[in-house]
Design a protein around this ligand. Structure first.
Ligand SMILES: Cc1ncc(COP(=O)(O)O)c(C=O)c1O
Length: 350
């Protein structure tokens, strides 16, 4: 990001855009349709998918078992969709059976949406199985891959996804600010046959003309330095290899989770659907969760999250993503957590 900036209409920059989309195709395993990084964060990736694939009055089935699933519900409604929400408790996953049941009850549904990696709970959705179950159904499949791209197995083509969005700041390990999206050819056909326009900033048909068509057509002034950073992070991902990358995240997450359980602490997620890059730990009775977060940050320089949303149970959310997905970092976090929890118990005893 400290390199001199090219202009957004410089042909050398346009070559880099093509390299970035090619690398992103590798990361998503997406060969057809359109793949590009939006000039905005993960939430805009979510909104772009819903705004492009839904028209007012369309029915969308949304699996929501946490904060971000509910955000999909909210945004889809704001775009005029009739949302059928299929829920699950905190820490549980939305079963594919319940989604398919909802689809049987609403065969007119145009979109099924789920969160592949629910960062608010640490739950991973069985997305490959959902894709397989929907393969012969005339409905598009949208997946929130904000915490899965570059961290856990994800196969856009192989799993039959139609729209996926992610962010740069999680398992890709780049600064926040962009949202890589992928669309299938089927999704592009849906967009081309729309009768109502989509918001200009997130019109995929226009964005594609800047990112993938040549000569490139101006749409917005691109965030050049963020594109450099994404380019480097994707080169790192491809050099490491997808399998090796997923394995590193899996080993770091499993190690952290086992160590936390060994300390007698409870994890929020159903163990059968535990996500590797994000570990949600229930705050034990009598411990001030927010105080622990603050001491981790101030005394150890480690930021861990808390519960997201007003109804979230008390929890700590620990991310081991991108560069941080390794055993050394996991041990550092555990050492700090042990020290802070010991300190908290002493101060409570006093
Ligand atoms: C699963 C999930 N979806 C969507 C988002 C929103 O992404 P952003 O904060 O980059 O807008 C996040 C952010 O953490 C997330 O974890």
């Amino acid at each position: 990001m400290q390199k001199p900036m090219l202009g957004h209409l410089d042909p050398d920059m346009h070559d880099m855009l093509l390299e970035v989309t090619a690398l992103l195709r590798t990361a998503y395993q997406a060969s057809g349709g359109v793949v590009l990084p939006l000039q905005a964060t993960g939430t805009s990736g979510m909104e772009t998918g819903l705004a492009n694939l839904l028209e007012p009055g369309d029915v969308a089935i949304v699996g929501a078992c946490g904060f971000f699933g509910r955000r999909i519900v909210e945004i889809a409604k704001r775009h005029g969709a009739e949302v059928v929400e299929v829920g699950a408790d905190w820490g549980e996953h939305v079963s594919n059976e319940s989604i398919l049941r909802a689809l049987d009850e609403h065969p007119e549904a145009r979109l099924v949406a789920v969160v592949h990696a629910e960062t608010s709970t640490g739950v991973e959705h069985p997305l490959a199985e959902l894709g397989a179950a929907l393969r012969d159904r005339d409905v598009l499949l949208l997946a929130d891959c904000v915490t899965s791209l570059g961290g856990v197995p994800l196969d856009f083509d192989g799993w039959g996804l139609d729209y996926a969005y992610s962010c740069t700041q999680k398992c890709l390990g780049a600064p926040p600010g962009m949202s890589p999206i992928a669309l299938s050819e089927r999704a592009m056909e849906r967009i081309r046959s729309r009768t109502t326009p989509v918001p200009y900033s997130f019109d995929v048909l226009l964005l594609e003309r800047y990112w993938e068509q040549r000569p490139a057509v101006y749409h917005h002034t691109a965030p050049i330095l963020h594109i450099y950073a994404l380019y480097e992070s994707l080169r790192g991902l491809v050099n490491e290899g997808l399998e090796a990358r997923w394995k590193r995240h899996s080993e770091a997450g499993s190690f952290l989770q086992a160590e936390i359980r060994d300390r007698g602490l409870d994890l929020l997620a159903d163990p059968d659907f535990q996500l590797a890059p994000l570990t949600a730990v229930r705050v034990p009775e009598g411990v001030d969760g927010k105080q622990v977060q603050m001491r981790m940050l101030r005394e150890h320089g480690i930021e861990i999250g808390g519960g997201l949303g007003p109804d979230a149970p008390a929890m700590w959310r620990i991310g081991l993503m991108g560069h941080n997905a390794n055993l050394d970092v996991a041990r550092t976090v555990l050492t700090a957590l042990d020290a802070v929890l010991a300190g908290e118990r002493v101060s409570q005893a006093v």
